[in-house]
Ligand binder design. Structure first.
Ligand code: GLN
Length: 305
């Protein structure tokens, strides 16, 4: 497969879409980002990688971090985790409050904000005030890169304007599904959402999920095969919020997006992919990123279906 050529074709074909979509503006620190950016990286199991665009440009990973916190929480709690967070698609926006009240404060899945706040709270039960450091260390380990850090300005901007996240936390606290101090959970969550990574780094970080939980390069097992199956299934069914069905329909891969404009996806037994373009569609997913992945699976025939 000539991946270099395919990436070049994709880059050309997405050009007309630069006039569509909007950068996330509800987080003030993200709203002045140059909207017309694009990068895409492919990481194979033998260490070979292919890229196009500014693939070393770091951006805010936002909800992509929910894959990493869910992985850690699943590793620590196993099936007990599902007492506090479900595994069904929500069909609602990522920060929706509505369903949470009907369902007594138990979020539908770990990839909507409410679910990620619960997994962060559960991590705090185990790691106390070292929780963020543990999450960051885990991301550095799966990426084999000690230089990954978070952006303080983005984290404090989220904290100052995170009214919906505080509302979700308050509601879940009243249903006794949050044990720790709300401010501490929020600050830890905002920090992990504010971690900055490039498509190059993200595609490397996701490789273990393409290989049943074991990094094919370092051979380290980060999670069991069965747990990796669960994480990938949830990325397929819930990774793009109320557009998860649309993403599965168009792209046909397990994937996770963030409002920073990044998307990660995996092709089991073959590769991890990451794409970045900050203009979002109405569901808060990268518009060009989704199109680029759709073009990739169409051109290569490499969807899981
Ligand atoms: N930190 C963002 C928030 O809480 C994450 C949302 C997202 O990427 N969809 O709103």
């Amino acid at each position: 497969m000539n991946y270099d050529l395919i990436l070049k074709e994709i880059h050309k074909e997405i050009q007309p879409l630069y006039n569509e979509g909007k950068v996330a503006s509800y987080i003030p620190a993200l709203k002045n980002i140059n909207p017309k950016q694009f990068a895409m990286s492919i990481q194979l199991f033998d260490g070979t990688s292919f890229h196009i665009g500014n693939y070393n440009q770091q951006f805010s990973i936002q909800s992509i971090s929910k894959v990493f916190t869910f992985t850690l929480a699943l590793h620590l709690y196993g099936k007990d985790l599902y007492k506090n967070v479900g595994h069904e698609p929500s069909g609602d926006p990522f920060n929706s409050l509505v369903q949470l009240e009907y369902e007594n404060g138990i979020p539908r899945n770990p990839f909507i904000n409410a679910g990620a706040l619960v997994t962060t709270d559960l991590l705090i039960n185990k790691y106390k005030d070292e929780t963020f450091e543990k999450v960051l260390a885990f991301i550095q380990e799966i990426s084999n890169n000690k230089d990954i850090v978070y952006d303080k300005e983005v984290a404090s901007s989220e904290e100052q304007t995170g009214y919906m996240n505080f509302a979700l936390l308050n509601m879940m606290k009243s249903y006794k599904n949050i044990s720790n101090d709300i401010k501490e959970v929020a600050q830890t969550y905002f920090k992990h959402c504010s971690i900055s990574m490039s498509t190059n780094e993200l595609s490397r970080a996701m490789l273990f999920l393409a290989n049943h939980g074991t990094d094919p390069l370092s051979k380290k097992e980060f999670i069991t095969q069965s747990q990796a199956k669960r994480i990938n299934s949830l990325m397929l069914t819930c990774g793009h919020y109320d557009a998860s069905g649309d993403f599965a329909f168009k792209v046909g891969l397990p994937g996770k997006s963030g409002v920073g404009g990044g998307i990660v996806a995996i092709i089991p037994n073959l590769m991890a992919i990451s794409v970045y373009s900050p203009q979002l569609n109405k569901n808060g997913n990268s518009l060009i990123g989704t199109k680029a992945l759709e073009l990739f699976t169409t051109k290569t025939g490499l969807s899981i279906f």
